[in-house]
Design a protein around this ligand. Structure first.
Ligand SMILES: [Zn+2]
Length: 203
């Protein structure tokens, strides 16, 4: 059945925990129902996401799922979709399909629309806006087409609700001349970069 779920929020908002909650419900469904009612699902993530190894997704609270298919770009995602042919497609950190060789937001959006037209269920998880407050094209284009939007929030260091992502370098906000994408991984941590959730006042 065509059904698009978007899980969008700031850094540290619990997006991945929400994704893992839905994955765990799918596993529970498949473990309880008759063979004919089982729903084949595949979880994909971009290779660029390096918070965990290439077959695992881990939430900040420590929940994990370790049957993930890591893909290098949109063409690789299409190949793996053909190979696995899932009824339900789950994609983590979808904003990364907007950057790098082989990626382009409109190509990703068209692929998602094609999957939905062929009666697939799609669950996308990602950032709703970049650290400078700009929209990601994937989230802004697909929001009006979603059947369900999950928008978890966390708390800013001041105690207010955080609705924005702040990039810091050695504790200070980074200049707008820095690239929009600096991946949150060991190499960026070595350069002093970190990301934190912020309310509108502190951002
Ligand atoms: Zn604040």
């Amino acid at each position: 059945m065509r059904f698009l779920t978007l899980i969008f929020g700031t850094v540290g908002s619990g997006k991945t925990a929400e994704l893992l909650r839905l994955v765990s419900k799918l596993e529970e469904h498949n473990s309880r129902c008759r063979l004919i009612e089982k729903r084949k699902f595949t979880v994909f993530k971009p290779v660029i996401e390096t918070r965990s190894d290439q077959i695992t997704i881990i939430s900040r609270s420590g929940q994990a799922f370790d049957k993930v298919v890591a893909v290098s770009d949109i063409n690789d995602l299409v190949r793996e979709l053909d190979r696995h042919n899932p009824d339900i497609i789950v994609i983590e950190e979808c904003q990364f399909f907007e950057i790098g060789a082989g990626n382009e937001p409109q190509a990703f959006i068209l692929l998602i629309r094609k999957l939905l037209e062929s009666k697939k269920q799609v669950i996308l998880c990602g950032l709703i806006q970049n650290c400078y407050g700009g929209q990601f094209e994937i989230s802004s284009s697909l929001c009006p087409e979603a059947d369900e939007i999950i928008n978890p929030h966390t708390t800013c260091h001041c105690g207010q609700v955080a609705s924005r992502s702040q990039r810091l370098q050695i504790g200070y906000s980074t200049p707008i001349t820095d690239p929009v994408f600096i991946v949150d991984d060991d190499s960026s941590h070595n350069l002093g970069y970190s990301y934190e959730p912020r309310c509108n006042n502190c951002w």
